[in-house]
Design a protein around this ligand. Structure first.
Ligand code: AMP
Length: 281
């Protein structure tokens, strides 16, 4: 497995593989890799002959008061995980390789980015769509793998690919959790041991909502109330948002029908964590 830092090197390697007729997968990440990323890479390796993992902490998807500077980085450890999971190439550019000094040309998926994290993180999904478009142009893979952990991101990328005719198939992969239910996240390293314990409230509150749905609850307001009630039992938790939306359009709904996305963002201390589930009614 090779690690390259320039667009030219990445392009060259992928061109060679394409010429040789290999199927190619891309797994975009921001590094500090964990079992969630590993599951994407392993699946990509199973379904494709060559796997490229991009590792890039994309500055333009962070807001001014967010954690760009402190975001965990560990390329040495990431290389080991990529290699053992079956990756063939890591593309790990510096920000100066990806962006010129001027404000970059922007890719914006408007409709799906209005609510949920989009409402709380202005400009975030423009940053994501812009960097993912660039990655798709640098590494013209057959398939790209994204986690359902970032459900809104996945929906937006699928829409972008459809609307802009990118010749790539987007594969969504299930959320990987710790044994106690906490969704794996690079940001979990920010949590103190007390906060780590408190963070379990995210999955616990979603489990309550899922149970209510199984018991026949149809009102999305009631579902939100159930989640709020549960989250309020944890003093370290501060709700950023709770949303129950149509899983395809991400628009608010009053009553449960069709697949729905139940998504939450919660601060545990200073750390903002997200979690969700999709319920097929
Ligand atoms: P990130 O490095 O956080 O930008 O994530 C890179 C990719 O890994 C995204 O497609 C995420 O949705 C996915 N991912 C992150 N955490 C998990 C998880 N716990 N389970 C499954 N996929 C994940």
């Amino acid at each position: 497995m090779n690690t390259v830092k320039t667009i030219e090197e990445a392009r060259h390697q992928v061109k060679v593989w394409k010429k040789e007729g290999y199927s190619i997968a891309l797994v975009p990440t921001m590094g500090s890799l964990h079992d969630g990323h590993e599951s994407l890479i392993k699946r990509a390796a199973k379904e494709n002959e060559k796997v490229v993992v991009s590792i890039f902490v994309n500055p333009i998807q962070f807001g001014p008061n967010e954690d760009l500077a402190s975001y965990p980085r560990n390329l040495t450890k990431d290389k080991l995980l990529c290699e053992s999971a079956g990756a063939n190439l890591i593309f790990a550019p510096e920000a100066s390789e990806m962006y010129q000094k001027e404000v970059p040309t922007n890719v914006s998926v408007q409709e799906l980015a209005v609510g949920l994290c989009g409402a709380k993180r202005p400009g975030h999904f423009d940053g994501v769509c812009t960097v993912v478009s660039k990655l798709f142009n640098i590494i013209p893979a057959d398939k790209a793998y994204f986690g359902e952990k970032d459900a809104q991101q996945l929906a937006i990328i699928k829409r972008m690919v459809r609307d802009l005719n990118f010749d790539i198939e987007i594969i969504g992969c299930p959320i990987v959790r710790e044994e106690d239910g906490l969704a794996k996240s690079s940001r979990n390293v920010y949590l103190s041991s007390k906060e780590r314990e408190a963070a379990l409230i995210l999955n616990k509150s979603l489990t309550k909502a899922r149970q209510a749905l199984s018991d026949g609850e149809k009102s999305t307001e009631t579902l939100k109330k159930i989640i709020i009630q549960q989250l309020k039992t944890e003093t370290l938790a501060k709700i950023d948002y709770i949303d129950v939306v149509d899983a395809a359009s991400l628009t608010a709904i009053e009553f449960v029908r069709k697949p729905i996305l139940v998504a939450i963002a919660v601060y545990i201390g200073k750390t903002r964590l997200i979690d969700n589930f999709i319920y097929e009614s």
